[in-house]
Every structure is written in structure tokens, then in C-alpha cells.
Design a protein around this ligand. Structure first.
Ligand SMILES: O=C[C@H](O)[C@H](O)COP(=O)(O)O
Length: 163
């Protein structure tokens, strides 16, 4: 399957600071033929004070369970969402504000979660980076796979699933 043929199920989530950007990005994906489903993990409005870890963990768990393929998470800086999502075993999240980092988060690190800082990045740059991100697919046969596997193996050991 080429990257043109991939059809994504994407989770979105934010805290109150990231709400407006989350809504914009969700709308852009709803209009994107590469995205078959957008699942919103909150917050439902800009006045909802749910703290970012609750949303980030909920969305990352959905990725880990395979309910969605990837997730886009937004808070003030993207940092808190990234930290939270990375706590979920099997999930790799990155915060990014440039094209190269977005590309490498997938091609080097096989990240399934992209985080944006609504107080860091402009909405149209975030939308452009999102568009690029949807076109990147990790190559399981690439030399990067064995590096990512070190992280996965560590997680498995920590969970007592491997020796
Ligand atoms: O990483 C955290 C986010 O930027 C969040 O939106 C704001 O968190 P704070 O209220 O603790 O600064």
C-alpha cells in the first residue's frame, strides 16, 4: 500500500487552551479524503477546565487499543500532552512545530501521536504540518525500526511481558 492509499482513523484532543486549534484541525481532517474517521476525546468547549493529562491519556489509550490509528493533541505548549501520551505503553508522541520534526517523528520514531502548542504555533502552520503528517508512514523495514524496538522492548520488560 502506498502512502496515497492509507486511510486514517484519527483521534483529537485538547485542553481549554488548545480547543480552538483542535477544532480547526478536526475540521480540516473531516474534509481530507485520507481521513475516514475523526474521534474527539475532548474537551468539548473552551470553558471546560479538564486538565490536559486526562485528555492526553484518554486519546493515547485509544491509540494503544487500536480504536484509532493516530492522534493529534493540543495544549498550550504541546509538552504536557506529549508527556501524558508517552506514559501509555506502546504509544510514541512528539511535540513539533516544524516540517522536519513532524516528518522524522514518523519516519525515525514511528510516533502515532503529534502534539501542537496552541500558544506556540499559528493555526495555518499547524494545519500545514498536519497535512504533511498524514502523508508520512513509518517503514517497518527501515533501519529505524530496530532503534524504535529498543523502546518497545524496554516497555515490555517494564510491564513484565518479556525477560
Ligand atoms: O503542557 C501544558 C499545557 O501547556 C497546558 O495547556 C497549560 O498548562 P498550565 O496551566 O499548567 O501552564
Amino acid at each position: 500500500m502506498t502512502t496515497d492509499q492509507v486511510r486514517w482513523r484519527i483521534g483529537v484532543g485538547s485542553d481549554n487552551l488548545g480547543f480552538a486549534l483542535k477544532q480547526l484541525l478536526a475540521q480540516r481532517m473531516a474534509d481530507d479524503h485520507r481521513v475516514v474517521e475523526v474521534v474527539d476525546y475532548g474537551v468539548p468547549d473552551e470553558h471546560d477546565s479538564t486538565a490536559y493529562p486526562h485528555v492526553g491519556l484518554r486519546a493515547a489509550e485509544a491509540v494503544a487499543r487500536g480504536e484509532v490509528d493516530r492522534a493529534v493533541l493540543v495544549c498550550g505548549t504541546g509538552i504536557g500532552m506529549s508527556i501524558s501520551a508517552n506514559k501509555v505503553p506502546g504509544v510514541r508522541a512528539s511535540v513539533a512545530a516544524d516540517s522536519y520534526s513532524v516528518q522524522r517523528s514518523v519516519l525515525s520514531n514511528n510516533c502515532q501521536v503529534l502534539c501542537f502548542g496552541a500558544r506556540v504555533i499559528g493555526p495555518e502552520l499547524a494545519a500545514t504540518l498536519l497535512d504533511e503528517w498524514l502523508g508520512h508512514v513509518f517503514d517497518e523495514a527501515s533501519p529505524s525500526q530496530r532503534k524504535v524496538a529498543v523502546i518497545s522492548d524496554y516497555e515490555q520488560r517494564e510491564q513484565g511481558l518479556a525477560s
